[in-house]
Design a protein. Structure first.
Lengths: 446, 208
């Protein structure tokens, strides 16, 4: 805090607040109302408040304390000694309204967290009428109001700050006849590159990546890897064959989420395998899309799949099309297409929301064989009740591996399995140790 | 009966009935409603994205604020349109690849945090020290459910013997969870249906 900021003048009071400089980033103020302090305040009643900025030591405080207005009819000796008494009193007292301003940890910057002792726990609880939080952009900057605080508030996160810029915060209280700044603090926001509260995730990603590389290496070296039978995926061949026999198209719905969704990524990988099988049989494949980026990816995937099986002529750009971004507009349109085109097989694989039952129930009424899959636990019950086969959660992720049997992907599936085994073991150890009264192991995951 | 004089209410009611007509079979009224919904929503989202993406997230930072980093984003965005030119359509793969990679990179850590680490956190507790018999049983069932469901999703071994028995408990646990979820969601959908009927009988026809 610079000298230019001081002293603070109360808007409702002609008497200035006496500032005392300190070296820290937190501050406190004692508004003296009883006991020896009240006596001294009575002597200096024109002086409305004392501000002590920082954790300045008593000598520092004594050196910097000053009284700007002294009643003229007092004894000179008395006036010279009272400031020292006030200083001694304040330096020995525990601060009542301490305030800190620190960069919000584990964030992308642009945020400062303020904390203070709630005033409801102090002597101000009954006398404060309005409590406000203010901010100055740097030293001497414009003062703006951030929020009106309740007496019980003890923290505030200011998310409207610029990184590496210094801000000064003030808590100002309005008393029945005066206004006082109860605390000030300075803070700077910064970006953290590593979230320490996500260390468990980091370790999990590193371990999983290690397993992935290890099993991919072994898969590529020709080692045979077993995968158990997954009923829903065994039926893919049958479903494509059925559409071929009936001379009807296959409809593939890749969910309604975007490409940053794991379920959509898994669905697109399955689409590649379904497109290959459809191409081998020469069956028409329709892919209505809700997301334009997913549509672009689906077009590329289907085109590439047809190329790989030597049937680029089968690719029809208009069969992988955009419908609308509206959730229920998409559901209505796809339902209508199901009734008019009558696809023999419907694949509903990806992320679905409330439209899942509309789509799967409409497909059911058309008599199509339906293979669905999602990792949305809220929608799985609807697929289970209205579809012939349902891939539950991780079966969706395993599907593309199961269908393609590519060594690289097989390695990833094996890595997933061993990662699950590791998680299972860690969970069991955590439970056993918690029961044995050693909760530290479990806490490491928090 | 006091039908609403508002033509907007009448239009909404007729479109609602056209939507319900799908329960009977596909018909011209449903087709009109379907095409209107698709067309109106497509137009709406076009305008919305033109404003929120092109203007707010590209024009303002690039042109108004002069942040040249956004020029790279603009180029990537323009490359998507290369799909319209068959000889240069390969260019569109770069922004798509960037988007997929960024999406995967962004979602994998958050998925691990939300679905793996959080699950472990709530499972690794001393369920014998929960205060009541019901809480102890609940804690044990939670632990048993997590273990057996994880074993169900183990693909590297045939589900026989102990693993088979455990995975059967796992799938039963899943089905119990799905049943509860089904009931809960159906109830919320019934609420939506009631809302539509309130609109038809109240706002439109004035019975309520």
């Amino acid at each position: 805090m610079s000298d230019s900021d001081l002293p603070y003048h109360s808007p409702n009071d002609t008497a200035p607040i006496i500032p005392c400089r300190g070296s820290g980033t937190s501050s406190s103020l004692r508004r003296i109302s009883h006991g020896p302090a009240a006596f001294m305040h009575h002597l200096f009643r024109e002086t409305s408040a004392f501000v002590w900025t920082g954790h300045g030591s008593a000598p520092t405080f004594l050196a910097s304390v000053s009284i700007t207005r002294v009643p003229e009819d007092r004894n000179g000796m008395m006036y010279s000694i009272v400031p020292l008494l006030v200083a001694a009193f304040l330096s020995s007292a525990e601060a009542e309204v301490r305030m800190t301003a620190v960069d919000t940890p584990n964030d992308g910057g642009g945020s400062i967290t303020l904390r203070w002792i709630p005033l409801v726990q102090t002597e101000y609880a009954e006398s404060v009428s309005v409590l406000g939080l203010y901010r100055r952009d740097g030293l001497g900057g414009e003062r703006i109001g951030l929020a009106e605080l309740a007496l019980g508030d003890s923290a505030f996160i200011d998310e409207d700050v610029v990184n590496r810029q210094r801000y000064v915060y003030e808590i100002e209280a309005e008393f029945p006849s005066s206004t006082a700044i109860l605390g000030t603090a300075e803070g700077t926001a910064a970006t953290q590159w590593f979230r320490t509260d996500r260390s468990a995730v980091f370790v999990a990603v590193v371990v999983f990546t290690g397993l992935l590389l290890w099993f991919t290496y072994h898969a590529r070296s020709g080692r045979r890897m077993f995968i158990r039978r997954i009923a829903g995926l065994e039926a893919v061949e049958e479903a494509v064959g059925r559409a071929t026999e009936m001379g009807k198209p296959i409809m593939y719905i890749p969910g309604i989420s975007s490409m940053d969704d794991v379920a959509t990524i898994a669905s697109i990988q399955i689409l590649a395998q379904v497109a290959k099988k459809a191409g081998e049989y020469g069956t028409r494949l329709m892919v209505p899309n809700r997301d334009p980026i997913v549509m672009a990816v689906a077009q590329e995937i289907v085109k590439e799949s047809y190329n790989q099986i030597g049937r680029p002529d089968l690719y029809n750009h208009d069969d992988i099309y955009y419908v609308t971004y509206s959730q229920f507009g998409y559901a209505a349109a796809v339902s209508g297409i199901m009734l008019r085109e009558r696809p023999a097989t419907n694949f509903l694989l990806g992320m679905f929301y409330a439209e899942s039952l509309i789509l799967s129930e409409t497909g059911n009424t058309t008599g199509a064989i339906q293979i669905a899959g999602t990792d949305s636990d809220a929608q799985l019950p609807f697929f289970i009740t209205s579809c012939d086969y349902t891939l539950i959660g991780e079966e969706l992720y395993a599907a593309s591996v199961y269908l393609s049997r590519e060594p690289m992907l097989l390695g990833s599936l094996k890595a997933q399995d061993y990662a699950k085994a590791l998680l299972l073991a860690l969970t069991a150890i955590g439970v056993v140790l918690s029961i044995a009264g050693i909760p530290q192991f479990a806490r490491a995951f928090h | 009966m006091h039908p609403s004089p508002d033509p907007g209410i009448w239009l909404a009611a007729i479109l609602t009935l056209a939507g319900f007509s799908f329960l009977w079979r596909d018909n011209p009224f449903f087709k009109v409603m379907e095409h209107m919904l698709v067309g109106v929503s497509a137009g709406y989202y076009l305008v919305q994205y033109a404003y929120s993406a092109l203007y707010k997230k590209l024009y303002v930072p690039l042109v108004v604020q002069g942040n040249l980093l956004f020029a790279g984003c603009a180029i990537l965005g323009l490359m998507v349109f290369a799909r319209l030119f068959p000889k240069r359509s390969w260019l569109s793969r770069y922004p798509v690849a960037f988007y997929v990679a960024a999406g995967a990179g962004y979602s994998i850590p958050s998925t691990i945090q939300a679905r793996v680490v959080k699950q472990m956190q709530v499972t690794m507790v001393n369920f014998l020290d929960q205060g009541s018999v019901i809480a102890v049983i609940s804690g044990f069932l939670l632990f048993l459910g997590v273990v057996t469901v994880l074993l169900y999703f183990f693909f590297s071994a045939e589900h026989r013997g102990v693993l088979g028995a455990a995975s059967k408990i796992g799938i039963v646990t899943l089905m119990i969870g799905f049943g509860a979820s089904f009931g809960y969601t159906v109830m919320s959908r019934i609420t939506l249906l009631i809302g539509r009927f309130q609109f038809l009988l109240g706002d439109w026809l004035g019975f309520l």
